[in-house]
Write a protein that binds this ligand. Structure first.
Ligand code: CTP
Length: 435
């Protein structure tokens, strides 16, 4: 295969009219600005693989920000520049977004830090990228429209399903690429090439991943969790011994894997029921299970978990075995509620990792019942007026007891049920005042 091939037929056959027209326009603007322009990276990769991808990354040999401003003006869009990085976003009225960058080489003052940037040409720009499969560009200027720029035999790697770094400092310059390598491997069913694999293992054991900020690691893990089959990537990370460089006290075992399998089966149901359900927190409950207090505190600082989340995790660890046995034996919902209390979604996700399918169904109907059960008629005020009870914790206890009865019997008449609950509580008070 040669370095320059015209693949405009792929553009015309595989992309929508709108995208083709947009790419052609961008090429025209390139001529008007006297700059070579390219679409690069994942978009090119997925075009060749014939996979849909709407993330258009444009690279300009020239001034990327000026180019983006011109383009936005011509297309009636908004431009958001990032002067420091010579990049800009062009955002259309309907929200569609294009990233524009200036061709650049990056050099790294120290590993894991944001790169210093130098203006450069497309070849150097492509060379600084993570893997060969992501290091191709397609020229958009009219006279060369559709010419694929493949300096590093990228197409061959794409055809053969190989993940390969472009140079031996790739993982040192950006250690999160070790996680990306696993993600691309699993997404496309590709394999890391041997030398790349050796580099990864070496840089991993030299603890380069530990130099990266928690938020960047977290972002990469979150990208894995957005993939179709995150379990495969987690498994692969475990196989490469990567997990302990992310969660230092985690020992990945077959049992842990089983928990993940069950958890991932249950997550979609939780997403239907809880807004903003966070997959990273959900998998974290498994990775962080039975951690000691001080390491947990380190993890909280690193990955930014809320304090509340860590408290939930500790709480769940203590109730999970008893709750599992209540569910196994199909105890009434009120008994589960008495142990779990007003739960948050991460208690449920954590418990789900311990349950088989039938048990998960039981947990789900428990969750739905708790979410849909409301006390409608009886209130604190009602209790005070009708039974001359004083304000205080006793009112809450009575209402909770009513709630539990209602969990087990949705047709319950509140007014009738409350009679005996109140009677019992009053007797209790009288008994204790006799003592
Ligand atoms: N890139 C890189 N090193 C990184 C992240 C990104 O070299 N650590 C480059 C790659 O060339 C990549 C491009 O920047 O193609 C865009 O990155 P991103 O949007 O994160 O990835 P995509 O390749 O587009 O993958 P995805 O399909 O997951 O969006």
């Amino acid at each position: 295969k040669t370095t320059f091939n015209n693949i405009s037929h792929l553009i015309n056959e595989r992309l929508s009219r709108r995208i083709v027209n947009l790419l052609r326009l961008i090429g025209f603007f390139g001529n008007e600005m006297n700059s070579p322009v390219y679409v690069v990276g994942g978009f090119v990769r997925d075009l060749i693989l014939n996979i849909e991808n709407y993330d258009i990354d444009i690279v300009v040999e020239g001034n990327g920000i000026e180019f983006a401003k011109y383009m936005a003006q011509q297309l009636n869009a908004i431009v958001v520049p990032y002067e420091k990085f010579f990049t800009a976003n062009v955002i259309f009225k309907d929200g569609f977004k294009i990233d524009v960058a200036t061709a650049r080489t990056e050099y790294y003052e120290s590993p894991g830090e944001l790169p210093q940037v130098d203006i450069s040409t497309i070849k150097k720009d492509l060379y600084r990228r993570d893997f060969t499969i992501n290091a191709m560009a397609i020229k958009l200027n009219p006279q060369d429209f559709g010419t694929l720029y493949d300096f590093f035999n990228c197409q061959k790697d794409l055809e053969e399903g190989v993940i390969r770094v472009l140079h031996n400092l790739s993982f040192v310059e950006d250690p999160t690429r070790m996680i990306r390598a696993v993600r691309f491997e699993q997404r496309y069913g590709f394999k890391m090439e041997n030398y790349t694999l050796d580099l990864l293992k070496k840089n991993l054991s030299e603890r380069y991943l530990e130099r990266v900020s928690g938020s960047r690691i977290r972002q990469e893990i979150e990208k894995i969790l957005e993939e179709k089959n995150p379990i495969k990537a987690i498994k692969r990370m475990a196989e490469l011994d990567m997990i302990k460089h992310i969660f230092p006290k985690t020992y990945y075992t077959a049992t842990m894997e089983e928990k993940f399998v069950r958890l991932f089966k249950f997550i979609p149901y939780l997403k239907e029921r809880f807004e903003n359900f966070n997959d990273f927190y959900a998998v974290s409950t498994i990775f962080l299970e039975y951690y000691d207090k001080s390491t947990l505190e380190e993890m909280r600082a690193k990955y930014g978990y809320p304090k509340k989340f860590i408290e939930t995790l500790k709480f769940t660890e203590n109730i999970i075995i008893p709750v599992k046995s209540l569910i196994e034996n199909r105890y009434p919902f009120s008994d589960i509620y008495k142990v779990c209390g007003k739960s948050n979604p991460y208690i449920y996700s954590h418990i789900s990792a311990y349950l088989d399918e039938d048990e998960q169904n039981y947990l789900l109907s428990y969750i739905d019942t708790v979410l849909n059960t409301r006390i409608e008629k009886v209130t604190g005020k009602y209790l005070m007026e009708r039974y001359q009870l004083k304000a205080g914790p006793i009112l809450n206890n009575i209402l909770e007891e009513l709630f539990c009865l209602k969990l087990d019997n949705s047709n319950l008449s509140e007014e009738i049920a409350i009679e005996s609950i109140v009677k019992k509580h009053i007797e209790k008070i009288e008994d204790s005042s006799k003592l």
